[in-house]
Structures are given as structure tokens and as C-alpha cells.
Design a protein. Structure first.
Length: 454
């Protein structure tokens, strides 16, 4: 009996798969922190003898090379990819036997030029398709991450690849890697659904409906910004990344935390935004642990800039270190285990008001306020509060001086980006109010909304 076990990484919007027949196992598209998939294999009492990579990833550092080296497992990587390590090169039609299972490589260019999907065969026939960044749940992988020059060419290839996969048996289970919040997806996907088949995609996926020209036009028109750290992922994956060191260095003392803040370094407070706003160490920046920490640290903080963390617990620092290691950020310069109240007493305290859209609406009605919308420009153009300024969060640090010298009320779509933006403004000495709310509530509070660029 063949079983597929899904390992989710919701912080990055990706999935890894452990596929086994009760004895031997295949890992498809592993994240860098491979201890999680090793624990799954141990629980299932199976031996990982094969690791398969659908493509050279742009949104995370793969754990494939390190895992294969540690276990002596075969590492399947597209023959056309110019990697710096030894692997078992595979191309269109190649079949690899693993226990009672067989993986068949299918060339599905689009998300990347050399992208592969893997068709899993059991003794009784085809059982599952691992589509990586090709055919997703209700979408496809975006084609603009490799090169602007190749974007349209890859979009046309993506359409043909999707149609090819759509011709497989309709009952075949579909297991994509991306599409659960990843910026590698070309559009939001139905991440809440537990599973899909080729048949469900034929009926709903835009790549299966309409002609190539219409598909490509719609695909290219829908692309938005993606995290800056993506530029570093493909080079790291072509080299073959080592397993991460998830241990924590010795903690630093109060004086050293103060020196780093005074020196303008990135000292990150990992607490939730409703805790940070009312009381925090002056000069720290708020990236709450969990949620989207890796995405926005990798997007906002300059690559390779030293990071220091303060938190309510050692466990929070450990979780943040793991999350950042998944995107290749290994340079934790230190962390503090000094109680935050003691840090504030020694180094100075700061605070700002945290409210919701109702509080913002009341402020707008009573006096003139300056609103900052920290969302992406495409989100802004779709709908925003009249007279608000739009500066996308990652662009804020060098543009703070553009904002008028008065209190700034900052919001985004759900609170995370606004929390980071508010802390950046506070660190810069600006008076700020964090609007921590779901943007769907805007309709309820009576604020005037407009579309376009005003």
C-alpha cells in the first residue's frame, strides 16, 4: 500500500511530501529543516532512500542535497539544471524504482525552464502526481521569477505543461509544492481544500479553460511584487545548501543589546503586535514570530545584515531561527534572555497606540489624520481609504522622511505588515498609531474608499 504524508510549511506557503510503501520512502521537495521529515519517516518506520526535486526553488532553501548526503539516498534533480553537486540527473520519461513504487519524470517547463513533475506509479497503476510549481490548486506557478526576458516564453510553456498534466487520468491525486500562500503561485489558491485531483483541475483551473493567448495575457497581468530574498534562493539551491545549525549562541547582556541598538543594528522583538505596541525597548523593531516572519524579515531587512533577537522566551527565538534558516538566513548575531522589563528599564522604553478600523474612523471624523497604507501597490489600487498614502512595507525604511511630520496611522490588510511598519516609524522617532484589523471590516466603519491611483 502506498501512502502520501503531507508536511506543511504554512509560513512560506509550501508543502513537502513523504511517499512510502511501508518500507522505503521518497521525499519530494524537502524544506531545509529536514528533521521534521525525518521524524515523519521514523514514525512511519520507513527508510528514506530517494529525494526528488521538482525544480530549483525560488522561495526557500531546499534541504534535498543535505538530506540525501546524510542518508546516502539518491537525489533526483533535472539533468538540465547546472548544479554544483553530485545528483542522479533525470529527464523526460526517466523512471526510478523505489521499493514497490516508481517515479516517472515529466518535463513541465513554465515555473522554471527545467521544471519536472513526478508521476508516482504503484503496482496497480498511476497513483499520484507531484507537480511542484507547475499545476497548482486552481492556479499555476508564476513564470516571472527566473528572468524578465523569459517571462512570456515560460508562461506559454506553463500553459502547455498544464494541459499536458490535465490529460492524465482524472482520478489521479494532485500534490503541488506551492500555492498555499507562497508568492510562487500566480494567484491565490484553494489552500483550505485537503486534496484535489486532475479531474477537479480540469473543471476549475484557468490553465485548463480558454486558449493560450488569453491565458498568458491574464497570467502576466496578474503578477505582483515578490520578496527580495528570492534573488538569493536559486543560487543557494544550485550550490547545494548544508543542513542548518538551529542551535542558539550564548545570550548577550544588556550592555551589548544597547550597543547594537545605538549602532543602528536590527534588534528584533518577536512578541505579538498588541504586546509590542504598548511597551517595548526603544529602538527595536517588531517582527512577530510565526505568521509571516521569514517572508518579511527576508523582504525588509537588508540581506546579510546582523540580526539580534529579544523575546518573551527562548522557545520563540528558536522558532524564529528555524523559520529564517528556511530562507538561508543563518546569521543570528545574538539574542537576549534578559527580561524585557529589565531591558526597558536599562535602555529606555517606547510605546504607541494600537487600535482598529473603528478607532481610525472615529479619529478621521474628529480631526485630520494622516493614514499610511503599507500594502502592495496592486492591493492599494484595488481599494484603499481616500487620501491615504501608500508605501509598501519593504520600501518604507528609506522613505520615512517623505511622510508629513505629524502622527501617522498605519494599516495593511490583516495587521502584520502594519505592525512592522509602525515599529519602523517608532524607531525613527515618529509618532505612530497601529491599526491592527482585518481590511474586510473597512466596509463596516464608514470610511470613504476609492480605487485606482487617485
Amino acid at each position: 500500500m502506498v501512502e502520501v504524508v503531507t508536511l506543511e510549511t504554512p509560513e512560506l506557503g509550501d508543502r513537502t511530501y513523504l511517499v512510502h510503501d511501508g518500507k522505503q520512502a521518497i521525499v519530494v521537495d524537502p524544506q531545509r529543516d529536514t528533521d521534521r521529515v525525518l521524524a515523519l519517516a521514523d514514525s512511519a518506520r520507513v527508510q528514506i532512500t530517494c529525494v526528488a526535486e521538482t525544480h530549483i526553488h525560488n522561495d526557500y532553501v531546499s534541504g534535498g542535497w543535505a538530506l540525501s548526503q546524510a542518508l546516502g539516498a539518491r537525489y533526483l534533480v533535472a539533468a538540465a539544471d547546472d548544479v554544483s553537486f553530485q545528483r542522479q540527473p533525470v529527464s523526460e520519461g526517466d523512471r526510478v524504482e523505489v521499493g514497490s513504487m516508481t517515479l516517472q519524470a515529466l518535463a513541465t517547463p513554465g515555473h522554471t525552464a527545467n521544471h519536472l513533475s513526478f508521476l508516482l506509479w504503484a503496482k496497480d497503476g498511476p497513483r499520484a502526481l507531484f507537480s511542484g510549481g507547475s499545476l497548482l490548486y486552481g492556479a499555476v506557478g508564476r513564470t516571472d521569477l527566473v528572468s524578465p526576458r523569459l517571462t512570456e516564453e515560460l508562461a506559454r510553456a506553463q500553459h502547455r505543461s498544464a494541459l499536458r498534466l490535465g490529460a492524465l487520468p482524472e482520478s489521479l491525486a494532485l500534490y503541488p509544492t506551492h500555492g498555499f500562500g507562497s508568492f510562487c503561485a500566480s494567484a491565490p489558491t484553494s489552500a483550505t481544500e485537503p486534496s484535489h485531483t486532475i479531474g477537479t483541475q480540469r473543471a476549475t483551473n484557468p490553465a485548463m479553460i480558454g486558449d493560450e493567448d488569453g491565458f498568458v495575457k491574464g497570467l502576466l497581468a496578474g503578477y505582483s511584487l515578490y520578496p527580495r530574498y528570492y534573488a538569493h534562493m536559486s543560487p543557494l539551491n544550485l550550490e547545494g545548501a548544508a543542513a542548518p545549525d538551529l542551535s542558539l549562541p550564548p545570550p548577550i547582556d544588556i550592555a551589548e543589546v544597547g550597543r547594537r541598538i545605538q549602532g543602528g543594528e536590527w534588534v528584533i522583538d518577536l512578541r505579538g503586535r498588541t504586546e509590542f505596541g504598548p511597551s517595548h525597548v526603544a529602538g527595536t523593531v517588531n517582527f512577530p514570530t510565526g505568521e509571516q516572519l521569514a517572508t518579511y524579515v527576508g523582504w525588509v531587512v537588508p540581506w546579510a545584515a546582523p540580526l539580534t533577537m529579544v523575546a518573551s522566551s527562548r522557545a520563540d527565538v528558536g522558532r524564529a531561527r528555524r523559520a529564517l534558516a528556511r530562507i538561508g538566513i543563518d546569521w543570528l548575531a545574538g539574542w537576549s534572555n534578559v527580561p524585557l522589563a529589565d531591558l526597558q528599564a536599562a535602555l529606555g522604553s517606547s510605546s504607541y497606540l494600537v487600535t482598529n478600523f473603528q478607532g481610525l474612523a472615529e479619529a478621521v471624523r474628529s480631526h485630520d489624520v494622516q493614514i499610511l497604507d503599507a500594502r502592495r501597490p496592486d492591493e492599494w489600487r484595488e481599494r484603499h481609504i481616500k487620501n491615504a498614502i501608500n508605501i509598501h512595507l519593504p520600501d518604507l525604511p528609506p522613505r520615512i522622511s517623505e511622510l508629513p511630520n505629524r502622527p501617522i496611522w498605519v494599516h495593511c490588510s490583516a495587521g502584520y505588515r502594519a505592525s512592522v511598519a509602525a515599529s519602523l516609524l517608532d524607531r525613527a522617532g515618529r509618532e505612530v498609531v497601529l491599526v491592527d484589523d482585518d481590511i474586510e471590516r473597512l466596509e463596516e466603519v464608514g470610511l470613504e474608499l476609492v480605487s485606482g491611483s487617485e
